[in-house]
Design a protein around this ligand. Structure first.
Ligand code: BGC
Length: 366
């Protein structure tokens, strides 16, 4: 009798472990998000931080678009802490994710954990920021980072009418975090446009700070940018020297720069031309208030939709859509990339770009 009971218990245990074994890798049977075709494969989405509005939007758009396509999603934010991001990715790998979409904090710090992904044959898509020095990255999806910089540079050239005006106009330069591969593309693009005018003397970098290392802002920190702008004002502009332009690679830096300028007494009537990127709500409000001049609009819905297409292709073994196989070498070779196209938003076109497209409501910008 006892023997019979034991064999029934064993049998049940074996059957249920088989069922669990089938269900967990794909999260299918248990998660109930099955489309019926892909058995609800699970996608890990690792975002750097909730501190910046854009990453919240990116994360939410990715989650929604992937879920709409029938996937289960493990979305994590790492509070800009590298160790947290590494352990979140580890959990995604051991938790049975079928693909990883990662916007890295420090592009050079994920090699070890991604080696595990490669061993487990989990494809990795680098999202927005390239992940460096690892051959575990399968694809990269981003906005054209170099073009972001050239648009910012050209905006300055057009606003100052540098083709026709002699100047000299005084300018200061700010870019982003040195551990973010994008920062060099943004800055490089802008400087390719601005350098001829600096060399001809139409633009004058009063502080003399022009090298990437001198103008970088660790972690894209608003506070760091504010501090540096305060120091620049004290050292070079406190005597009334006019500041005509500040190149800022993104909005989080532009907001710090704006704070410093406002605290130093600049108003919308004498505010320098100031660039940005992301169309964060604070920056769009500043654009409407006449302080920040423009921001680059990178519609995160477009990027999310593209990444979902890439995930779908990967999961079905189909050809993954890419449109650049030359530009982004992560140190182990070129990573096939899909580049979305950025545009600029300013007071003249924000309605069409941001409101009519339902990216924001009018109320959000009040
Ligand atoms: C992104 C920018 C963003 C910056 C700071 C960059 O990698 O491409 O859109 O402003 O990071 O988060």
């Amino acid at each position: 009798m006892k023997k019979k009971l034991l064999s029934i218990v064993l049998c049940v245990a074996v059957i249920s472990s088989l069922l669990v074994g089938c269900g967990t890798k794909d999260g299918a049977a248990t998660d109930g998000a099955s489309t019926g075709k892909d058995d609800a494969k699970k996608i890990g989405v690792a975002m750097p931080t909730k501190d910046l509005q854009r990453w919240n939007q990116d994360g939410e758009n990715m989650k929604k678009s992937l879920e709409d396509a029938g996937y289960t999603v493990d979305l994590q934010y790492a509070n800009n802490d590298i160790a947290t991001q590494v352990s979140q990715i580890e959990n995604m790998i051991t938790g049975g994710c079928d693909a990883l979409v990662i916007a890295s904090i420090d592009g050079g710090s994920l090699g070890t954990v991604l080696a595990d992904a490669k061993t487990a044959k989990i494809p990795v898509i680098a999202y927005d920021r390239l992940i460096m020095e690892t051959d575990a990255v399968s694809y990269y999806a981003t906005f054209d980072n170099y073009m972001v910089g050239t648009i910012q540079g050209q905006y300055i050239v057009d606003k100052l009418d540098l083709e026709n005006q002699a100047g000299p106009f005084n300018i200061e330069l700010f870019t982003g975090s040195p551990d973010d591969n994008n920062a060099r593309f943004f800055f490089g693009g802008a400087m390719d446009i601005l350098t001829p005018y600096i060399e001809s003397g139409k633009l004058n970098v009063v502080s003399g700070q022009k090298a990437f290392e001198e103008v970088a802002t660790l972690n894209w920190s608003t506070e760091e940018a504010q501090k540096r702008m305060e120091n620049l004002i004290t050292a070079h502009y406190a005597d009334g020297t006019k500041l005509d332009v500040v190149l800022s690679s993104n909005d989080s830096c532009a907001i710090g720069i704006t704070n410093a300028l406002v605290n130093a007494g600049y108003t919308k009537d004498n505010f320098p031309i100031l660039t940005g990127q992301d169309c964060d709500i604070t920056s769009v409000k500043n654009i409407l208030a006449g302080t920040q001049s423009m921001s680059i609009f990178k519609d995160t819905r477009t990027l999310a939709a593209k990444v979902v297409e890439m995930v779908n292709a990967l999961m079905k073994g189909e050809t993954v859509p890419v449109n650049d196989t030359e530009t982004y070498d992560n140190g182990t070779g070129i990573i096939p990339t899909f580049l979305c196209e950025p545009v600029f938003a300013d007071a003249a076109n924000y309605k069409e770009l941001l409101i009519d497209s339902k990216y924001y409501t009018e109320d959000q910008l009040k």
